[in-house]
Design a protein around this ligand. Structure first.
Ligand code: AHR
Length: 306
């Protein structure tokens, strides 16, 4: 299965002369988002395309109007990092009407169809990230303990996939790890800290935290310390993203492991578009590779983290 220029029904485009729109979903307060926008910006420059960027600031209505506004400004190709897995339909319809291809990156649209509502999805295997976080947790804890999960924001597949991958792994391979609490920290550092404080008060027996992104993990480190415990030792912490701060925290001993979520979509997004315009068949999903960090490689990898 795949998608060609003819099947998708759009015109050929010379990217070196094109106007490309990038719709960012969340504020650039999180290194993941900073690195994601920087990667698209750098690659647009390298290719020679003119880039328009918008930021929806975690507001779905704004993301829809951002996309409509970029279409009105003459965007000929759109790269969209969806805020939610549902709800972008009006924006996708507007792009379809103008015969503007949409490449989605990072979060996946659940009901929209590839080659129809959008061209293709480029992102991580988030279920696998959850599974790898489970493996790292089993290694850090020796396979036993009481685990709290700091969930990401709701309404997107990243949170649900990172949760199911982790839980399925524990069930099958680390039954000594018991999940005693799970609450959303909205992928934000402060909220991660607040929620961890509450969870530690309510469940003083917690010995491990799975944070679904690094920002929440760093908030959890502060909360664990204020509870008089040593992060990384008394309470093992595993998270996802691979920000430089998080990898440095492994070196410092505060975090035990981090599974990367690679935000550097620029080269893959533009090369996929170039292949599409050159007449190649594009698969519905393009998976980006993620590394992992732990005490064995963190020091050597700090400089490569974002
Ligand atoms: O969708 C990816 C997630 O969104 C990242 O892991 C998180 O840091 C960001 O907010």
């Amino acid at each position: 299965a795949g998608c060609t220029l003819q099947q998708y029904g759009v015109e050929k485009l010379d990217l070196t002369k094109a106007t490309v729109g990038f719709s960012q979903s969340e504020k650039e307060a999180n290194p993941f988002r900073i690195a994601e926008t920087a990667s698209i910006t750098a690659e647009a420059k390298r290719v020679g395309a003119r880039l328009i960027t918008t930021n929806a600031n975690s507001d779905l209505g704004k993301q829809i109007s951002d996309i409509q506004s970029m279409l009105a400004q003459g965007a000929q190709l759109l790269i969209v990092a969806p805020l939610n897995s549902e709800g972008l339909e009006p924006a996708l319809r507007a792009a379809r009407e103008k015969k503007v291809p949409v490449i989605t990156v990072d979060r996946k649209l659940s009901s929209a169809a590839p080659c129809k509502d959008y061209l293709t999805f480029i992102g991580s295997d988030f279920v696998d990230q959850g599974k790898r976080a489970g493996e790292a947790m089993a290694k850090a804890t020796g396979g036993t303990g009481k685990v709290a999960i700091l969930l990401g924001s709701s309404g997107n597949n990243v949170t649900t996939d990172r949760t199911s991958g982790f839980k399925d792994y524990l069930k099958a391979s680390a039954p000594g790890l018991q999940i005693v609490a799970e609450q959303t920290g909205d992928f934000a550092r402060e909220k991660g800290q607040q929620v961890t404080e509450q969870l530690l008060q309510a469940n003083p027996g917690i010995t491990a935290i799975y944070a679904q992104n690094d920002e929440m993990a760093l908030g959890a480190v502060t909360a664990v310390r204020s509870a008089g415990k040593k992060p990384g030792q008394d309470i093992k912490i595993v998270s996802v993203d691979g920000t430089r701060n998080a990898v440095e925290s492994i070196v410092a001993g505060d975090l035990n492991a981090v599974i990367e979520s690679n935000p550097r979509f620029g080269p893959l997004a533009f090369s996929t578009a170039q292949k599409f315009y050159a007449g190649e068949t594009i698969t519905p999903t393009v998976i980006i590779q993620d590394k992992s960090y732990d005490t064995a490689n963190a020091k050597a990898e700090v400089a490569n983290a974002y």
